[in-house]
Design a protein around this ligand. Sequence first.
Ligand SMILES: Nc1ncnc2c1ncn2[C@@H]1O[C@H](COP(=O)(O)OP(=O)(O)OP(=O)(O)O)[C@@H](O)[C@H]1O
Ligand SMILES: N[C@@H](CCO)C(=O)O
Length: 321
Amino acid sequence: MAVYTQVSDDALEAFLDGYDIGRPRSFKGIAEGVENSNYYLETDQGRFILTLFERRADPKDLPYFVALKQHLAARGFPCPAPVPASDGEPLQTLEGRPALIVTFLDGLSPKRPNAAQCRSMGEALARMHAALADFDQVRENALGPASWPLLWEGRSQTAEELQPGLAALIEDDLAETAKARPQSPHLPRGTIHADLFPDNAFFLDDKFSGAIDFYFACTDALAYDLAVCLNSWAFEDGREYNYSKGAAMIAGYESVRPLKEAERTVLPLLCRGAALRFFMTRLVDWTDTPADALVRPKNPLEYADRLAFHRQAKSVTDYGG
Ligand SMILES: Nc1ncnc2c1ncn2[C@@H]1O[C@H](COP(=O)(O)OP(=O)(O)OP(=O)(O)O)[C@@H](O)[C@H]1O
Ligand SMILES: N[C@@H](CCO)C(=O)O
């Protein structure tokens, strides 16, 4: 469930008085998502999503995310476009929370993406990077390599309980990725989504129709975004790497922006780093989520299995590139 903050009819009416988007016809909480409260809002002028940002969202980051979506929308990249209130400001306050209305996107998130969807996603990822090339705001990746040892601290026992022998492997991953500094400055950098999982992408049939959930977006190596996508799109049942899907995604990406030699060489390390990032955040949620919480934590072991694949990969060709 993801409606933490209830919005009363009166509060909604008063809130919409500050906008020029018509009167509400339908207003429903959205069950998907875990971070923020999301509502589907239909007015006589269109369909929208209303988000109330909850405690984990840092208010000082919100203007960056709004500017990023405005930039992409202005360049025709399909993403939720922030809707300004009558005072010209998209970020408002509702029920004591920062609130944002964005446009509704059509499409469905694939439960099990096929190779054609992976290709379309790869192509769209590169188009997104191109559209963001002149976005000049900077946000550090708060979940970059420097954060991984801190997330790991005190959790080796949990890893061992999940899978005996795992802690030593993770220690090795941390040492290797730190040594190689995968996000090194010689790689092309820019604004990346950093969490473009299938549940954050919409499709109409096999064609990409939009991306949502830009709340991990940051400035980092462009190829790291591809590494995040290969991890989240190209493994079957969380375990086996599907070479055809990976190859389709890389080919889609390269049809817009061919990878540089340095990116091709370092891709296995970037993939290993991306898998570590999701392993770590899932491990933290695994231990910190109370048993009676409304949200069920995602399984960290899926990413332990992906790490095993990345450890033995030698170059981009192992991923189908
Ligand atoms: N612009 C949009 N158009 C259509 N549907 C949307 C849009 N934004 C969000 N949704 C729907 O709302 C759901 C929750 O959104 P989102 O994934 O951003 O939730 P969250 O709690 O803010 O983030 P997280 O996924 O990190 O928990 C999505 O799965 C999608 O179904
Ligand atoms: N997409 C992430 C959650 C947000 O970081 C995961 O599946 O672990």
